[in-house]
Design a protein around this ligand. Structure first.
Ligand code: BGC
Length: 789
């Protein structure tokens, strides 16, 4: 394996779905799993194609209840291409002996290549060599070149290619009781057998989907319209040892696309205009080259190879094409159906990376949130609150999409789901607005859409906080924190917890930033906002007061995850580890035993420790100071230890946050958690979940770990702050950034040296701050800064 490719050798049915996820190809507009084209969806294989932002809502009956779910739709499958000898069975790795099989994902060129030799018996074989791309320059195109070679025989090979509209969402076993038939009215056609089309629409969101396929082959093509499939067949006359090539080019449009008349005609016209394989490949390679240059990251060794894979999947989900779309950050990429393509707080782990390379993509992702601000305000109103209450899970229109019931696969029980009480998602959006504007220097966004979101989120927090005269503090009650295990107090009849420290501290941060922003807004704009939102001095005073008096509970000298956390029972971790081995999903284990994780001091993932992920020690100290509290290093270190021993890491985000926080605290265990984050998807650490889609937050988070975490990089007060904490295992590497109009600011980190090179341009100098010095770097200048001097 080189640093630029991922290879899988041999056909291993049990690994197919995992490989399909990790070999997904996409371009930000759509993505297709790396399934073998001759295999239809079954227990082992799951071809899936997803268009960003294409959702559909269906109602299903489960556990005697009617539940509604919105899903990112599996659109018609463009992959099918199967082959057989006349009169024989279609060749398939589960039924035909396979002599060799390998799959190669080539990151630099965005290609998926496979080579399979099927054993036809009596010393005869068929070699199938296939290359596939989802076009990075033209986001509506994909193509596949298949080369067949007869080995030890000559004769006819029948090849059948199809566009299949008979697909459903069936990629996640836990969702199988739910209706997954999102497509309807599939209809196929085509005037010329060389090009066929298939159109259909989603059942309730009424999104029309048009696909067209062109087959280029040196033999007559016969077309058949077998709704819901458009089929093309050819008979290849193979000569022993000679290659016969079939090129399949497809175009995909939906009625959500701009600049089209209708999706079907757009797809047919586009596939008609598309050049041949060689030219398509060339423009695809150029587009990938440009992406790699903009996201330049050079980390040596195995970590660097994994980071490149993570970068590849981040860029395939959120590419420059995303900047033109109305979409959010899908938690599991466009790579599978887990979490239904919903948008959670995970953008908190993704945007900080994008801000410094593709700020226009960050802006588009924030605009997705801004377009749904009105919906968030009406959700707050419906809950009796002011301001904006963003949904925990968001999809098409920004209403709350969190499932009402979820299945515990261990017990087989459908259980009520209270995770929608994770209102902290609003603070994540506010944090991203702030971070993006600081990194990109986008005052226009900050003063307009950014300010509108920030103010309404702040307003929600101020309104959600109630004064407790006994405590002399404001409290936010009835929420769920990032650790989703705890949804209620033991024996409580209503869900929700009080004074979640993460929620309260981030709420205080949002209120403080909103006040700061109001102070710096240009007067006419402030006036507009005040007029539009009805914000008065009284409300500003309240924000000020709440931002200084929110309650942050402590117990035993550590920050409490929420009020009462310290009173919960201690879990006998060793017993559970011995009994079950993998206890990441302790919630499911305990529920299946008839118990509940709500009773224990046991967390799924970083909750309090998230504060150390979002804020530098200095910033966190100031934030606590504003709340009239003292957070010294000893208290923070005790808090880190406390939760480290009480967390099961049931989310891929957990390893990442712990690695980041421990590295910043200069602790030896940091690398173990960074490794977890790096291995999360490639080793499928959460046991089978990667097959249902990659974990985009953790993937992007690892990129940000080397970009901001280890160099201690912050973009605030119009300066680039650096405070490196190199890990011995990851101490020397290079990367470049786009910062406030400078393209390609290059940073080189090497244990005690930090080198920064600013490219030549007309932009203003960059103000660089280290803990012990400040330097101003003009375009064209390079600084070699020795650390600890
Ligand atoms: C995590 C959440 C995350 C979600 C989507 C869950 O398992 O606990 O924090 O937002 O996955 O990635």
């Amino acid at each position: 394996m080189t640093g630029w490719s991922w290879e899988y050798e041999g056909y291993r049915p049990a690994d197919e779905r995992l490989r399909e996820s990790l070999c997904t190809l996409g371009n930000g507009y759509f993505a297709t799993r790396g399934a073998l084209p001759e295999c239809a969806a079954d227990e082992l294989h799951y071809p899936g194609t997803y268009v960003a932002g294409c959702y559909n809502r269906l109602t299903s009956e489960v556990a005697g209840r009617s539940v509604e779910n919105e899903d990112m739709v599996n659109v018609p499958n463009w992959l099918p291409l199967r082959f057989r000898r006349p009169g024989g069975e279609w060749l398939h790795p589960d039924t035909t002996p396979v002599l060799d099989h390998d799959l190669r994902l080539i990151l630099c060129s965005g290609l998926l290549e496979r080579r399979t030799r099927y054993d036809l018996g009596e010393g005869r074989a068929l070699l199938v060599h296939q290359q596939r791309l989802v076009h990075m320059a033209d986001p509506h195109l994909a193509a596949m070149r298949t080369e067949f070679t007869a080995e030890g025989w000559s004769g006819t090979l029948e090849v059948e290619s199809a566009l299949d509209g008979g697909v459903s969402n069936a990629g996640v076993a836990r969702y199988r009781d739910l209706d997954g038939r999102h497509l309807t009215h599939a209809h196929s056609g085509g005037d010329d057998p060389g090009t066929v089309w298939l159109r259909c629409r989603t059942r309730t969101s009424d999104i029309r989907v048009g696909t067209a396929a062109r087959l280029t082959v040196d033999a007559p093509v016969e077309a058949r319209h077998e709704n819901p499939r458009a089929v093309q067949r050819v008979r290849l006359e193979l000569t022993d040892g000679r290659v016969a090539t079939v090129d399949k080019t497809i175009a995909l449009h939906t009625s959500r696309d701009p600049a089209i008349s209708d999706p079907l005609h757009a797809a047919v016209a586009r596939v008609g205009r598309a050049p041949g394989w060689d030219d398509l490949l060339e423009s695809h390679l150029t587009a990938w080259d440009q992406l790699w240059r903009r996201a330049d990251l050079d980390v040596p060794g195995e970590s660097g190879r994994i980071l490149r894979l993570h970068l590849f999947h981040v860029l395939q989900t959120l590419s420059p094409h995303t900047a033109d779309l109305d979409v959010g950050v899908p938690a599991r990429g466009l790579h599978g159906e887990a979490y239904r393509g919903h948008v959670f707080w995970d953008e908190l782990f993704v945007l900080p990376y994008l801000n410094l390379h593709f700020p226009e993509v960050s802006r588009a992702l924030l605009r997705y949130r801004h377009r749904r601000l009105e919906q968030a305000c009406s959700a707050a109103r419906a809950a009796g609150r002011r301001g904006a209450m963003y949904p925990w899970q968001s999809g098409s229109d920004g209403r709350e999409e969190t499932q009402q019931l979820h299945l515990n696969p261990r017990s087989g029980r459908w259980l009520p789901d209270h995770s929608h009480l994770q209102h902290h998602v609003g603070s994540a959006i506010a944090y991203n607005v702030w971070q993006y504007c600081q990194a990109a220097g986008d005052a226009e966004f900050l003063h307009t859409k950014g300010a509108e979101m920030l103010l309404q989120i702040a307003r929600f927090w101020a309104d959600a906080a109630d004064w407790d005269p006994g405590l002399g503090r404001h409290r936010i009650k009835g929420v769920v924190g990032p650790d989703e295990y705890h949804e209620a107090y033991p024996d409580a009849t209503t869900p929700g917890l009080d004074d979640n420290a993460y929620t309260n501290v981030t709420a205080a941060w949002v209120l403080a930033r909103a006040l700061e922003l109001l102070d710096v807004l240009p007067e006419p704009r402030r006036r507009e906002l005040v007029e539009r939102t009805g914000l008065d001095d009284g409300e500003r005073e309240r924000w000020e007061e709440v931002s200084r008096t929110l309650h942050v509970p402590f117990h035993d000298g550590v920050i409490s995850q929420f009020e009462g956390y310290g009173d919960l029972a201690e879990l006998d971790w060793d017993t559970y580890r011995n009994r079950y081995g993998d206890i990441r999903r302790l919630d499911r284990i305990l529920e299946a035993e008839g118990d509940t994780v709500n009773r224990y001091q046991a967390s799924k993932q970083a909750d309090v420790l998230m504060l150390g992920y979002l804020f530098s020690p200095a910033e966190l100290g100031d934030l606590f100071g504003r709340l009239g509290l003292r957070l010294d290093d000893a208290t923070w270190q005790r808090t880190v230890d406390y939760y480290l021993h009480r967390t099961s890491h049931g989310s891929t985000l957990s390893g990442l946050v712990h690695g980041w926080v421990l590295a910043r605290a200069r602790r030896a265990e940091a690398w173990k958690y960074c490794q977890e984050a790096l291995q999360g998807d490639i080793a499928d650490i959460q046991g089978g979940t990667t097959a249902e889609g990659i974990h985009l937050g953790a993937m992007a988070g690892t990129l940000d770990l080397v970009q901001r975490g280890l160099p201690g990089l912050e973009t605030r007060d119009d300066a680039l702050w650096l405070d490196p904490v190199p890990l011995p295992e990851l101490s020397s590497y290079d990367f470049s950034l786009r910062y406030q109009g400078h393209w390609g600011v290059r940073l080189h980190l090497e244990s005690s040296l930090l080198e920064i090179a600013v490219p030549d341009s007309d932009a203003s100098p960059i103000d660089v701050r280290l803990p012990d010095r400040a330097v101003c770097l003009a375009p064209g200048e390079t600084a070699r800064l020795f650390l600890g001097e």
